[in-house]
Design a protein around this ligand. Structure first.
Ligand code: ATP
Ligand code: MG
Length: 415
């Protein structure tokens, strides 16, 4: 098997080899090549220790990423390459990290500590594909399978449970049976994984092409990391949730919103519960705010004639997302024809575009009157803001034109 590696990767491999070491592209990049995808980055492994690597790449820009663990990042022709010494892990006593790592001279040993067969392949132009665990065959058949005994591998590092689900969702590969059983049996170990890592893996899972299939197959894992979702996964809304996730674009915010929209008793309550779960996962403020708002506004009036008011309430970005969430919800509802849903969605997108293009008024800034005008009418304190808001709402609803005279007139009549 021959793979076409980028020039900087080939250069790094041959420089290490010319210095007497063995060196390979390894892990995700080899998997992606074998599957016919373009890798997003390249990891290299080598028999050289970090000190020897530094000699080999003397004169190049290097970043000492994790020398202790054997990793040096080298910038070759502008491409950052993570180069790591072959290593095997010592015992795992915390269910997440090895107590120690030991360097080794054999690539096979390094591959044996990796999580899944599809991730445990190495390649170099000189040696070809090194695949001691049948990774290529599992890529061909499309399965996620642990290297070695799955119960032990998940016992060492429980993060692998979520990685298995993420890869399964992303690639659309089912999890092999013994591995799946070990995932279910080992799920209590997920308490050893940091909330941030759980959040990152769940986000990856949700954006996968088969997110719904994986969620349907492993609800107990979801419950283990988000116990608040137990009523949802056990109830009749779960299938609707999975269909909504399926129908939503593969976008971080929309997939999370689709996933959490029915977690509570109603939209408001679901929004609050979603916020507290996302906060527990230490998500960014942007994710927390966006997802919570989408969940809370999920049932909002989205007819074209209500769009300007919605624009005022949530702003253009959120409204654009809300249109897509609603499309996914209607698709999941399975009561309307796909054509009708597509047509309505298109009309809403067009309406939103038109409102923005014609500079339709949806913020106080765009109103043709301001605080000074209200003060000149004799208003004081909070009454100024309140009156402006009332005027804005009426303009956004089409009940008043955004016309200075008309608004001043209306303000005078406002009690
Ligand atoms: P991605 O495309 O998501 O980056 P990847 O396979 O490159 O996929 P990384 O997290 O970048 O995933 O890890 C690189 C490689 O390191 C993996 O392919 C795997 O061989 C190994 N690996 C990563 N995390 C673990 C782990 N928790 N346990 C065992 N091996 C791991
Ligand atoms: Mg990677």
């Amino acid at each position: 098997m021959r793979l076409t590696l980028p020039k900087p990767v080939e250069a790094a491999l041959s420089r290490l080899e010319n210095a007497g070491f063995s060196a390979y592209a390894v892990g995700g990049c080899v998997r992606d090549h074998v599957l016919g995808f373009t890798p997003h980055d390249y990891d290299i492994c080598t028999s050289a220790t970090p000190e020897r690597m530094q000699e080999v790449f003397k004169g190049e820009r290097t970043i000492e990423t994790g020398l202790k663990h054997g990793t040096l990042t080298v910038l070759l022709f502008g491409m950052p390459l993570e180069i790591t010494t072959f290593r095997v892990d010592g015992a795992y006593s915390d269910g997440r990290h090895p107590d120690s790592v030991r360097f080794t001279a054999r690539v096979e040993d390094d591959l044996s500590r990796r999580d899944f067969t599809i991730n445990a392949m190495a390649y170099s132009p000189k040696a070809g594909l090194v695949d001691p665990f049948g990774g290529q065959e599992d890529c061909r058949r499309g399965v996620i399978r642990c290297v070695g005994n799955p119960v032990e591998r998940f016992g060492e590092d429980a993060l692998r449970i979520l990685r298995a689900l993420r890869f399964s969702a992303r690639l659309g590969f089912p999890v092999e049976e013994a591995t799946a059983r070990a995932i279910r049996e080992g799920r209590a170990q997920l308490c050893h994984v940091s909330r941030e890592r759980i959040a990152a893996e769940l986000s990856g899972l949700l954006q996968g092409r088969d997110a719904s299939g994986v969620l349907r197959q492993f609800p107990e894992v979801i419950e283990a990391v988000l116990p608040e979702l137990q009523p949802l996964t056990a109830g009749e809304q779960w299938e609707t949730t999975l269909r909504t996730v399926d129908a939503a674009p593969k976008d971080l915010y929309l997939r999370w919103a689709a996933f959490l929209r029915l977690c509570g008793t109603d939209a408001e309550n679901s929004g609050r519960l979603a916020l507290s779960m996302l906060r527990g996962l230490k998500m960014s403020t942007k994710i927390m705010d966006t997802v919570t708002e989408l969940v809370q506004w999920q049932a909002a009036d989205l007819r074209p004639e209500a769009m300007q008011e919605m624009l005022m309430r949530v702003g253009p970005d959120r409204l654009g997302q809300l249109i897509l969430l609603r499309q996914a919800m209607r698709t999941a509802g399975q009561k309307e024809s796909p054509d009708a849903i597509a047509r309505d969605t298109e009309a809403l997108k067009e309406k939103l575009k038109a409102l923005l293009a014609e500079n339709a008024c949806y913020t106080l800034r765009q109103l043709t009157v301001n605080g000074k005008d209200m003060a000149a009418l004799g208003l004081r304190g909070p009454a100024i803001g309140e009156t402006l808001h009332t005027l804005l709402l009426q303009v956004a609803r089409g009940q008043l034109p955004n016309d200075r005279e008309a608004l001043l007139d209306a303000a005078k009549r406002t009690p």
